[in-house]
Every structure is written in C-alpha cells, then in structure tokens.
Design a protein. Structure first.
Length: 346
C-alpha cells in the first residue's frame, strides 16, 4: 500500500465501508499513484487513495490530504473530521463513522462507537454452539459432549447456551426429548445472524488473496480454484473448503435469484486449514479472492439436500453470508432462499 499505510487497519474498517448504503462492494487495487480502494456504487465505480493514521495530530491533515483521498483511522475525532472536510477528502474509522465524497454520491455516518465487551450479547463459543444446533437439530436433544465435539467448545459453553435457549423459550423438553419450539428455531437463527455479524465474522475474516498464477483473470482464477477443490476433495475425502456467499449461491439451483457485480471471489475454509498451503492462493493487499474461516467444520456439510453441490457450505451458512452482504439485492436473494428451501435447511 502507500507509504505509511496500515493494511490491518484498512481491513478493520473494510466491512463498514461495504455495509454503507449505497455501497455495493469495495476492493483494493494497484493504481498509477499506488494502492487505491475501488468502491462500487449503484451508478458505477469510484476510486480513492488510502491514507492510514494512528496517533498523529489532526492539524496537518488538511495540508496532506487530496480530495480523492480516504483517511482510515482507529478513531476520527470532530477536529479530524473537520480537517478532512476542509480538504474535501473522505474518512472512515473502526467504529463505522465515515464521510464519503464520491460525487454525486455523499455518505455521512456519525455517532458510532466501538462495542464494549459487556455490550456483546454472546461470545464466540456460545455462537458456535448455537450454529451446531441450527445445523443439526439432533444435537438439541443430544448430550452436551456431542455438542462440544461438533462445536469445538467446552462443556460450560454448551451448558450455558442450553440454559439460555430454555429461558428464552426457544427449546422445550428435556434430555432426548428437547426440541425447538414452533418459533424457536427461526428466532434462534436471527440470534445467530446478529451474533455472527457482530462477533464472529470479524474474527473469521482471513483477508484478501490472489491466485498464485499472477496472470490469471477472474475467469481463469475461478477455473483454477474449481480444479483445486476437486483435487482437494479427492485427496482428503472430506470438504476442506467451499465457495461462499454469492459464489456459493451461483452454484445452486437458486442461482437465478442472484444479482452481484462485484469483481471478487469468495471462499470459506474449515477450521485448521492453512490457506496458502492447501489452496493455490497467496495473501496480498491487491486481491480478487476473499477468504473466511467457517465457524465449525459442520458448516461445510449438507448431505441430503437435492441439487446442492459439495463445493458449497450448508444452506444456513450461504444464507448467513448473503444476509451480511452490503448489497440490498444480495440480501433479497437471501430472503428468496428462505422460501425456496425445505423447512429446516436454512
């Protein structure tokens, strides 16, 4: 990236940029003056040069920033925001506050604060337990140890989540007779989505990569990855990684619901996969592949659902990723997926 830029800091705010309406997607690329961020909008694409800032005085910002600059900082104070405004530039911070000047589009979000630990409704282990029960409802009435094995959590985490769902009325019964209540599963799924979006997803985002073949365009990159998946599956006899989000939906019978124009391939790997050793990918600030780690290995499986290929994760994970997308048309595809799948698959 540009001299003095902090790629980890940019990755920490990338989700906020992508979620800001009317932004449809963001991607880094190498421009004539260094690394720039490409922002996809309803009316086309805009580009801004990235400048990161940690702990510097705001007084010199106006002199340093050009109008086509995006300032990225852990926290942007009122004084810093004013200096950026005077320069006609844009900014975003880790809490999600931002001003984007992308004529004729103008985006302004303020008043956001970083969540405190106490504010988190659920922790990662509890969310993995919840996901395991949503993926395999036999675990709801199974032993705590079975849940621990599926979710890779402690007995305490499994017991606490079971107690929580009991108190909320999402499950009923005891022992092998414990089941989801009529509306419990749907409400638990919404709880999962909110927790995944706020707590798990930022932890599981492994960042940007490009295909090891430096000359590969998007079509060739997809072909290379498709062949790599087939080789991996034949060798391991199990699913080590899958397509994710819109790239997963595009491979299912529900692909006609998809509207997506962001030049980015999305993958998901199971826990324990070393991306650069097992996939033909290299980590890069300039990327066209984004990789997430699945919360649990069970999320990669969906044996028995007609028409769904093995190289996409469980429909619940496809739906979850679509619902986290900043593009409202992609979220509409997620809602359509709910109505087209058999009960219990999403």
């Amino acid at each position: 990236m540009n001299q003095g830029a902090d790629i980890e800091l940019f990755q920490a705010v990338e989700g906020h940029l992508a979620a800001a309406p009317p932004v449809q997607g963001v991607a880094l690329h190498e421009g004539p003056r260094g690394t720039r961020v490409r922002i996809a909008l309803d009316d086309g694409e805009k580009e801004l040069q990235v400048v990161t800032l940690r702990g510097r005085a705001a007084g010199d910002l106006a002199a340093r920033l050009a109008p086509d600059t995006l300032l990225v900082a852990p926290r942007v104070t009122k004084a810093m925001a004013a200096a950026v405004a005077d320069a006609g530039a844009s900014y975003v911070d880790q809490a999600g506050n931002m001003t984007l000047r992308l004529p004729p589009t103008y985006v302004h979000i303020e008043g956001k604060r970083l969540p405190t630990k106490a504010a988190g409704a659920m922790r990662a282990p509890g969310l993995r337990v919840l996901l395991a029960w949503l993926l395999d409802e036999t675990l709801v009435g199974g032993t705590l140890h079975a849940t621990c094995d599926a979710a890779d959590v402690s007995v305490t985490a499994a017991r606490d989540m079971r107690k929580r769902l009991d108190e909320l009325g999402y499950v009923a019964g005891a022992g092998k007779g414990r089941v989801w209540t009529p509306h419990g599963r749907r409400r638990a799924r919404q709880m999962w989505l909110e927790g995944y979006r706020m707590v798990l997803r930022p932890q599981l985002d492994l960042g940007g990569f490009h295909v090891a073949d430096a000359d590969a365009n998007m079509t060739k990159a997809e072909s290379i990855l498709t062949e790599a998946w087939q080789t991996s599956h034949q060798r391991a006899h199990t699913t080590r990684w899958t397509w994710s989000g819109v790239d997963a939906l595009a491979r299912t019978p529900q692909h006609h619901e998809l509207v997506d124009g962001v030049p980015l391939l999305r993958l998901a790997v199971v826990p324990g996969v070393d991306v650069e050793r097992e996939l033909p990918l290299q980590r890069s600030a300039i990327y066209n592949v984004r990789v997430l780690r699945l919360p649990i290995a069970l999320a990669a499986e969906h044996a028995g659902l007609p028409g769904w290929p093995r190289d996409v994760p469980h429909p619940l994970m496809v739906w979850t990723e679509l619902m986290c997308d900043s593009n409202p048309r992609v979220r509409e595809a997620a809602e359509a997926l709910e109505t087209s799948l058999p009960d219990g698959w999403h």
